[in-house]
Design a protein around this ligand. Structure first.
Ligand SMILES: [Zn+2]
Ligand SMILES: [Zn+2]
Length: 287
């Protein structure tokens, strides 16, 4: 550097800064619409209501522990600490204000493996969430393995943190926020069953600001006051707003009478997506 004149040093510095900025942008790609819990402190606890049957307990406890362990994944910190608490819902997974309710049940041959829904006020603030795993599929030999269950659990709860996918094309980014399938020849693969550093980087960006209000301090059941929850009827998800090319990942949105919005991420089963990748799988039948 001693040989360089001043202006050349500056232009190299500017170039490095531009590269650094580009890398930051490239890394920070999986915020879900800027949605986040409102909170007044730089770190906060999100309660995960445990409505699960015995077979799913370990998967929730592993996922919660992973999301609380940024250092294990090469990240330095996380703004969001999960705490598993007693479930306040049921297999239907009715949302409870200030919490994410986590549920499993045999929801039927409706095509979806996992479903995450959040309720949004003020355009961006998450007020409550739910994460459901469909045992109708997880009880079958294709999906009934530890790695696939862990992948989907890890992903569905994290959608309710405000995280989107890092990839939907089926490749593994070695994060549970992708669509690698831990089935068939990959059933014993532990790839994509846990978060990666990028997920924590993204959480730190999403929660870099503070809000003047909080949506994580539970007050009362919002869903009892207004019809803002999703039900077992897929029509309650609202309108299909985006779907991956392979048809496995879809997002639905519904605007509610109270001014809030309910947004759902649907993790479609292989068979549901394969039939007609671009179709709205709620209506293409015969899963
Ligand atoms: Zn905010
Ligand atoms: Zn998803």
């Amino acid at each position: 550097m001693a040989f360089l004149n001043r202006s050349r040093s500056i232009s190299i510095a500017a170039g490095l800064a531009a590269v650094a900025a580009f890398v930051n942008v490239a890394v920070a790609t999986n915020s879900w619409g800027g949605y986040h819990w409102a909170r007044t402190t730089s770190t906060f606890t999100l309660k995960l209501g445990n409505n699960l049957s015995p077979g799913w307990q370990q998967h929730l406890s592993d996922a919660s522990s992973d999301w609380n362990s940024p250092l294990s994944f090469g990240a330095t910190s996380t703004p969001l600490v999960t705490a598993i608490v007693a479930g306040q819902s049921s297999k239907r997974c009715t949302m409870v204000a200030g919490t994410t309710q986590v549920c499993n049940s045999t929801y039927g041959n409706n095509g979806w493996l996992g479903l995450a829904s959040i309720n949004i006020t003020g355009g961006v603030h998450i007020t409550q969430g739910s994460a459901k795993m469909n045992d109708t599929y997880f009880n079958t030999s294709t999906y009934n393995n530890v790695n696939e269950k862990r992948h989907v659990m890890c992903q569905e709860i994290a959608h309710t943190f405000g995280l989107d996918h890092q990839s939907t094309n089926g490749s593994s980014q070695n994060t549970c926020m992708d669509y690698f399938s831990n089935t068939g020849a990959n059933a014993t693969s532990t790839l994509s069953t846990r978060p990666n550093k990028h997920d924590f980087d993204e959480l730190n960006l999403i929660y870099a600001h503070l809000d003047s209000t909080t949506t994580v301090a539970q007050t009362s059941s919002l869903s009892s006051k207004a019809d803002i929850d999703v039900t077992d009827d897929p029509n309650s998800w609202g309108k299909l707003v985006s779907q991956s090319t392979n048809g496995r990942s879809a997002t639905y949105e519904r605007y509610n009478e109270n001014g809030s919005k309910t947004v759902s991420h649907v993790y479609w089963a292989i068979e549901a997506a394969a039939k007609c990748p671009s179709c709205d799988h709620r209506y293409d039948g015969g899963h």
